[in-house]
Design a protein around this ligand. Structure first.
Ligand SMILES: [Zn+2]
Length: 206
């Protein structure tokens, strides 16, 4: 495979990017001078060195020190650590944070389960979630888990699966389980919801 085709293939693996768009990216790069590609590849290469994944919520954050393994949300004394919101993706967390409506902690599940699957989907952080919830119960006096998934069959299926998975822990420690209110319209992704919608969805959680 030639380099143009290879790069088109790489770009088309990006979320939301189709083959035609990937091609446009490649021809855009070709039309720039060499410095542009050089600078871009340097940023990409340095990305993983400057960014750390939080060991509690699994969010990517810019690490100021090499030792930091926990992000500023998880580490902050102002965060209400008795609340844990489970979201599918990093961008969902970012949007929720931007709306300034939630003061608790998060957990990024890394996707949703397909409706066909009754079992654990590959790539979802279910083992990590159970471990994190056990830790939060012990160390942070966790009181409530909030599901914040897109209102669609995949979101519902994932919620059911996670609820079953956590059932023993929930019962034993009397943890409240809630879901963002139906202010979120069906199919609307959390990452595209505006601040007011998120605020009312959080207030109307049930
Ligand atoms: Zn964190």
């Amino acid at each position: 495979m030639d380099n143009i085709s290879k790069l088109i293939e790489k770009f088309s693996q990006f979320p939301g990017v189709g083959g035609r768009q990937a091609k446009r990216f490649v021809y855009f790069l070709l039309s720039q001078d060499k410095n542009y590609a050089q600078a871009l590849s340097t940023i990409i290469l340095q990305l993983s060195d400057s960014v750390t994944k939080c060991s509690h919520c699994f969010r990517f954050f810019l690490s100021s020190s090499i030792d930091a393994s926990v992000c500023n949300i998880c580490a902050s004394a102002n965060t209400d650590k008795t609340l844990l919101m489970i979201v599918a993706k990093d961008v969902d967390l970012e949007n929720m944070q931007k709306s300034n409506t939630f003061n608790g902690r998060y957990f990024i599940l890394n996707g949703l389960m397909s409706i066909a699957s009754k079992k654990d989907s590959v790539g979802l952080r279910t083992t990590e979630l159970v471990r994190e919830i056990k830790r939060a119960i012990e160390e942070d006096n966790l009181q409530e888990i909030i599901f914040a998934f897109t209102v669609n069959p995949e979101g519902d299926n994932t919620k059911m699966f996670i609820k079953q998975l956590l059932q023993p822990l929930i019962e034993k420690h009397k943890i409240k389980i809630t879901t963002l209110g139906r202010g979120l319209s069906t199919g609307t992704e959390l990452e595209y919801s505006d601040s007011n919608t998120l605020k009312s969805a959080l207030q109307n959680r049930e």
